[in-house]
Write a protein that binds this ligand. Sequence first.
Ligand code: B12
Ligand code: SF4
Length: 629
Amino acid sequence: MTVRLLLINPRFDESFWSFRWALEEILPGKRAVNPPLGLATLAALSPPHWTVEIVDENIETVPLAPRADVIGVCGMAAQFERQAELLAYYRAQGYRVVAGGSYASLLPERYAALADTVISGEAEYIWPEFCRDLERGHPQALYRETRTVALSDSPTPRFDLLKLERYSTATLQFSRGCPFRCEFCDIIVMFGRRPRWKTHDQIGRELDALRARGLRNVFFVDDNLIGHKAAAKDLLRFLRAYQERHGYRFDFGTEASLNMAQDRELLQLFREANFTWVFIGIESPDPEALRATRKTQNLHEDVLTSVRRIYSHGIDILAGFIIGFDTDTLSTFEHQLRFIRASGIQVAMVGLLTALPKTPLHERLQKEGRLLAGAGADNTKIGTNFLPKRMSYEDMVSAYVRFYGRLFSDRVIADRVRNKARYLRVPVYHGEYPLRERCLILWRLLVRGLLPGGPLRLYHFARSLPWLAPSRLPLAIVDWIAGITMRRYVDRHLSPPRPRESAIAARSFAVIERALRRYLRSGAAALQMALPEGGPPRLEIRLRAGLDHAFFARGARPLARLLRRTSATVTLAIEEIQAGQVRHFRHLLGQLARYGDRVVIEAGERARQVLAVDSSIFRLALPALPRHS
Ligand code: B12
Ligand code: SF4
């Protein structure tokens, strides 16, 4: 029995890791950072006689009426809303839908009413079981993995089904699990504390496949690559030999714990295997906080000393930090800022502590009566789900907003570039682009990133560059791109409401109303505007029959201006659309595409088909109405 399987990675809201500005302005052609490796693995686990397609809504639109028998939708907690919407939409259309991925692994119960089948946990054994049951006509509602999955049983992901050229970095995985016991961590809840890993042959095959696709940047998405140090060293020796055989083809990056700093042999091997960066959960430079959260592996020595020793082997550090531990007070924000500045870590994801369901932290806070509503899907959003101990919730949240404003100021970006260059003297990273591309990147950085920041930004840029050490320049440039990218993210999502935003939005609303007056009077269109306190301005335009070319032409410019000058969201609710209007509507969308993540398109089934809105650019609402209702 041939089954047509469609696997979908739902659209993410912009997050700290979207690197949106860099992707849109500096690296054209790339749409997202990493591909959905879980889906490529699932495709490889599917019976060979099935036909499988993968759609990643972060780089391409979802199909509205796919030729598929089964649709699998994955998701982290941060994707839950869209994942649920897609599941409901396809299910209402009569497709069999299956939910899986990180969040379904952690909380399968949330999906019981949303999907025909839920796959909870690693899929290597249970997905083939589901496929067999489906072919026999008796698929179950829940497959939950309770055994330990041997990673030697994990197949080479179907990289051929991913559009890898649209991502900045390809991914593969060596191991799962982590031996440590950080109180807030859901990884050990999902993957356990005994690391398991793939064989070198498996990794070699995966690298061969990526090499055949012409890729250079590869991220080992392990929870902690050094969870089992001896296995990690063996892997690194294997990778070193692989790189030697293939002319140091790959720039690698990974996630590892800070205790890598105390093992010089390990650091040397990382360098020799060409690891240019590593992501480390530093969380806090304060030993008391680390002890309180059971992050004892960070306590072997002063954290700054560890960071600098890793730099001394040429390896760059990206890091996660957390504020809100029981020992933290409002002065923790200042301490963290000082530490991050001195450490030179540019990609510093600082989140408020979040209690994820089923973690020891969640259990403890529940017992202490300190939990608040909300699961906390993304720990870098403003707000969290518990009451801190030594500061008030409100003070913590407003200090967090102020903190981010300072962390990505031009001065602090520049200080970090300088402080890193002092200790990271011989970077593994040389810059992966050919000369022409490098010049273009520099040009775009100058015109789109540095000049708009004014003379002061140019001054900080110039003073931070290691002019006398050209080998350190590529990393400094990458850090400026990362710094400005984070700045843009912070401006959009972590800043207090812009001053006078309501006044600007109200004026824009009035201009739009004037421009469309004729159509509003005739009833061909309707406007609804709102200026909620503490939230972004909202505008909804209902489009009905009887709109002509002039409507779209008049509306486009003031709408684009509203979106450019404020954080407003615009909903285009299409009640009716005629064939002659489609071209004009598309033209309007073209003008708004830049702000697509704030433009919601609501349309009936027929309108959706004729308009062919790209859901990776705009927020295409997909209500779960049964077909032909
Ligand atoms: C790589 C990674 C990223 C990358 C790439 C994400 C991507 N495009 O896939 C980046 C850096 C972009 C990222 C970002 C974030 N991430 Co992330 N990320 C990971 C990481 C380290 C590995 C994921 C991976 O590729 N695994 C390898 C594949 C093979 O395994 P898998 O995904 O688990 O899939 C298996 C099963 O789940 C199943 N499966 C997977 N999909 C499906 C679908 C169906 C239908 C079925 C049936 C089965 C199935 O089959 C697979 C084989 O067993 C995980 C940690 C982890 N170990 O899961 C965190 C993790 C998924 N991320 C997490 C978070 C919180 C985030 C952020 C929100 C962080 C933030 N604050 O900004 C952002 C948001 C994403 C964004 N783009 O904006 C959390 C999610 C928590 C949760 N339970 O939902 C995790 C678990 C880490 C953690 N504990 O903190 N992330
Ligand atoms: S080191 Fe990282 S993966 Fe391991 S338990 Fe701590 S937070 Fe989780």
